[in-house]
Write a protein of this length. Sequence first.
Length: 375
Amino acid sequence: MFRFIRFASVISIVSCLEVGMAQNPVRPPRPTPPTRDPHTPGYVTAKELPDGENAPPNADGNFIIGPTYKPAPEMLVQEGVPQGQVFDFTMESTDSKIYPGIAREPGTFGTPDPANPRKLDVTTSHPAPYTRKISVYVPKQYVPGTAAPFIVGADGPDKGLFIALDNLIHQKRVPVMIGISIGNGSGDAQGSQRGLEYDTMSGLYAEFVEKEVLPLVEKKANVKLTKDPDGRATMGGSSGASAALIMAWYHPEWYHRILAYSGTWVNQQWPWNPKTPSGAWGFHETLIPNSPKKPFRIWMEVGDRDLLNPNVMRDDMHDWVLANENMAKVLAAKGYPYQFVFAKNAGHTDRAVKQQTLPSALEYIWQGYPSKKKK
């Protein structure tokens, strides 16, 4: 808390000193991303599947899907399938000891540090309140009082996730689990509350969820959540996907399963941290290659028209397709169980791709639970 107050004070002082200086008045337009070929030299070797098919939920490795997509049956409400109950509530920034709230002034973004191309200076961020939405899915099959596995999703509410869980639980393709969909604290990218939560390379967001969100979930939805990290999953898209991996990376004692759409494994962290100078780009640049293998199972996707350098930085660390390709390489080299899906004719966090792939992705990440040893 004291660190945040000191940080907010510095931001305020710097903003006063730099009035009239070159802070971008408007966010520059994002260039139209080119369509990337999954067979580009240097990309991972991947198995191309017939159009309309998903990667098998029990297969590791790299796959190419598309170019057309249709919703999986599990993404639709099915007759005769028990429907879980959804509990909705909100959290105010004034109630948080970890995230009291920041925002970046509308119409402003930031300027690259001329001495450090990996660093973006933002002088228009200041303390600001927020209200966060939380949705909790409790399946019909949940036995009150029992410790249940669960999945935590970013940028909620995600009602599609809850429909998928209804169907997959009924088909016994995933365990009877709680779904927790957490809204972000508003804004996007550097200088915003969402950016601070999702792109910061630290355990802070996972600690916020563990200490401030999960106790409320248990109380308001009358459930008990497992402490077993093998029974806990994270998921998200874009920066929410980077948050999903960051949560597990810094707290593997809490999470072992990660599901990511259009993962922002790029240099998006703010404030800049010399310990992780490349932000989430550092996952494939140094962190995963140079760290002992962690007990993770990972599913990830990227679109052929995913983002490429959508801001003023020119650090060669803002190509979402290349970042995901690099992730697949380092995960394979380290021996992780992972599935990487390259989606043709797909943009950033493409809704049609998610509608087709989410059920099989959920089935993939929940393989092996509960383990025979724990049984």
